[in-house]
Structure formats: structure tokens, C-alpha cells
Design a protein around this ligand. Structure first.
Ligand code: NCD
Ligand code: ZN
Length: 365
């Protein structure tokens, strides 16, 4: 048995308000705990999107009565909410500001680069600013971080050109940090047929699965990666297999087993020769996210893992409401046996033992 600190996932979609048939604050935080995640930051591309005091209140009211693990909620950058200086303490009540600069699920995409600049200038420098920006828009975001001399965190990087540019920017003292998701570490576009099972929508995710060369560049530059994040993006199988399938993979319950398996002599193709250490997992899933997002420590909180348990990942054993996983049937090593959260047993042998409402808003004071 090994003991890890509770993991922090800085990138989770919980779908409440508005699309609770996919997930809600109860099912999503249960899935988090089952995966060893004791604190998560929830994304704002809900229905309605979270972009002002009223919509933030909608999300936080649901969270207060339903969340089982600790959390904070992001605000989204829109065309009409750049005046953060006139918003009293609204920014402080959020996990951070999320900017959607490339197309994805939801209505929050910002195309006008002058609006990007406004948010960069007006969002308080000491609070987290996260960008969904791929490829060349990521280069523009890093330039803005340099121009306005403020930190920026790049969500879910997936490409060789991205990790190399972030590395160069860090070497020059630009305040950029980044996260990588398991799907971009363990899957390439060659895996899409196996994931799809004849339903191409299942392989849709943003950023798209990349090439083997991209994946190898991520493994080859692990020290440039600040955080692991799931980008848990649940959609039901009916939606994934229907017309206009929405992009997104669930990930909360597969994160830790995949990472732990990559610590072993890897059955996972890309782990070979580039193994993770336990210290990598703790740094990128606890220490770094806590520092980058200014999150509090969670006292009496830990995850007990049976490091020798070999088993297969199956969606029908998971808590997420979406009912599928791109890692179905994968053989992994390392199972969460127990999770303690602030002195209470939160999970034991697959059972969630803390009630909805036990979770605390870490930006609540
Ligand atoms: C996310 C979703 O479904 O909310 N989808 C995805 O493919 N990652 C949106 C996002 O994170 O861009
Ligand atoms: Zn996301």
C-alpha cells in the first residue's frame, strides 16, 4: 500500500448548470474522489456559461449542496465582461479566468484578439488566467503574457510545437505554465479506430489526438510540464454516437491508474524508456497546481493505493454519469483503495462514503 496526497485536478467539466444528464456536481465529484482527486477546478462552459456574479452564483449554489470533494469554479472570458476592475471581489471568488480562444464545446469562444488583450490587462495579475489556445493562438497568448508581464497557464497542450515553444518561453523568463491530459500522453490519432468502435464521434476530443511524434515530444519534455489535468469532459454515448457528436473524453477515474501504470515498466507504449516517478505524480498533480492556482492545503487528506493491483478499466464500474471511457479494457496497475478527505473516509473499496455537500469551496472565504 502506498499513500499519496489528495490529487488536484485543475481542469474538469461538471455540466451543472444546464446539462446534468451528462454529469452534475454530485456524480462528477463522486467520480473525482473515486479517482483519488480531492480538489477540482470546474470549467465555465456550462449552460448558461459562468461569466458574471449571477451565473457564478448559479454554479456555486448547486455545488454547495451537491459537491462531495473540494472545489472552485472558473469564470469564462466573454465579449462583455472585460471590466474586471469594476466587479468588486468577483474575480477572487472564482478559481480563475478561463479564455476559450480555439473552437470547442460550448459558446465561450473569443475570436477578437483585442478582447484577449482586454482580459489580459484587466484580470488581476495575482489571480489565475487559463487559456485554451492551440498552436499559433498559443504563441499569441505567450506573447501577451510577455507584453503584459503576467502569468498565464496553457490548458491541455498536445503538440510538439507547443511544448517546445513553452520550453523556450520559460527559459526566457516568461511566466507561462502548462498542463497535459492523459489522453495526450497515452493515445495518438492511430488509436481513434479502437476508441471509436465504428462510432467516429467517440474519438472526438479537443485538442484532437495527435501524432506519435507529438506524444513522444511531451514524454521527452516532462520537466516542462507543470501539471497533469484530466479535462474530464463527459458526454453520453448517445450524444457521442449521434449527429454532430460533441468533443470530449471523461478522465477523472482513469487519471491515477494510468499515471501509476506509467511508473511501472510500462505496458503503456509511451511510458517505455520515459517512466514517471512517484515524485512526478505528486509534483504535477499536487504541488504545482496548488502553487499555480493558489490553492489551500487539505489537512488530513490522502489517497491509499494498492500499487500491486492489476486490473482492467471498465466504464460500468465508474461513477461518472457519461457511461463510457476511451480507455475501456486497458490493463492497468495500481488501484485506489481508500481516500481520506479532511479527516473523513471519503472512499473505501469503490464506495463513496461522504455525502453531497461535504465538499468545500476553496475560494469561499
Ligand atoms: C470540452 C467539453 O466538452 O466541455 N471538450 C473537449 O473536447 N475537451 C471543452 C474543452 O475543454 O475545450
Ligand atoms: Zn476542457
Amino acid at each position: 500500500m502506498i499513500k499519496l496526497p489528495g490529487l488536484i485536478d485543475p481542469h474538469v467539466h461538471l455540466r451543472e448548470p444546464g446539462q446534468t444528464h451528462k454529469e452534475d456536481w454530485d456524480s462528477g465529484t463522486a467520480a473525482a474522489l473515486a479517482g483519488g482527486v480531492t480538489m477540482l477546478l470546474a470549467m465555465p462552459n456550462t449552460k448558461p456559461p459562468i461569466f458574471d456574479a449571477g451565473t457564478l452564483d448559479l454554479a456555486l449554489t448547486a455545488a454547495r449542496s451537491k459537491a462531495r470533494c473540494d472545489y472552485a469554479q472558473y469564470l469564462g472570458a466573454g465579449p462583455d465582461n472585460t471590466e474586471w476592475g469594476n466587479q468588486a471581489d468577483l474575480p477572487q471568488k472564482a478559481a480563475g479566468l478561463k479564455m476559450y480562444l480555439d473552437s470547442t464545446f460550448g459558446q465561450l469562444r473569443l475570436d477578437d484578439m483585442t478582447l484577449w488583450q482586454q482580459h489580459f490587462m484587466q484580470w488581476p495579475k495575482e489571480l489565475p488566467l487559463v487559456a485554451h489556445s492551440e498552436s499559433r493562438s498559443m504563441a499569441a497568448v505567450i506573447l501577451m503574457a510577455a507584453i503584459y508581464d503576467r502569468p498565464v497557464h496553457i490548458a491541455h497542450i498536445s503538440l510538439k510545437e507547443e511544448i517546445l515553444l513553452i520550453k523556450a518561453a520559460k527559459e526566457r523568463g516568461i511566466k507561462v505554465t502548462c498542463e497535459v491530459c492523459p489522453q495526450h500522453l497515452f493515445l495518438t490519432r492511430d488509436d481513434i479506430p479502437a476508441i471509436s468502435q465504428g462510432h467516429p464521434g467517440r474519438g472526438e476530443v479537443r485538442p484532437r489526438l495527435a501524432t506519435r511524434e507529438d506524444v513522444e515530444a511531451l514524454w521527452g519534455n516532462l520537466d516542462v510540464i507543470d501539471c497533469f489535468a484530466t479535462d474530464h469532459a463527459p458526454h453520453t454515448l448517445a450524444e457521442k454516437d449521434g449527429e454532430n457528436p460533441p468533443p470530449g473524453f471523461p478522465g477523472l477515474e482513469t487519471l491515477l491508474p494510468l499515471l501509476l501504470t506509467a511508473v511501472e515498466d510500462g505496458p503503456l507504449a509511451f511510458a517505455q524508456g520515459r517512466r514517471l516517478t512517484m515524485d512526478d505524480i505528486i509534483q504535477k498533480s499536487v504541488t504545482n497546481p496548488r502553487r499555480i492556482f493558489s490553492l489551500p492545503e487539505q489537512p488530513e487528506t490522502w489517497v491509499e493505493v494498492d500499487e500491486n493491483a492489476n486490473y482492467e478499466l471498465h466504464a460500468d464500474e465508474m461513477k461518472s454519469r457519461c457511461g463510457w471511457t476511451p480507455f475501456e479494457g486497458w490493463k492497468v496497475r495500481g488501484r485506489v483503495r481508500r481516500v481520506m478527505l479532511r479527516g473523513k473516509i471519503a472512499v473505501e473499496d469503490g464506495k463513496i462514503l461522504v455525502q453531497p455537500g461535504y465538499g468545500q469551496n476553496v475560494r469561499g472565504k
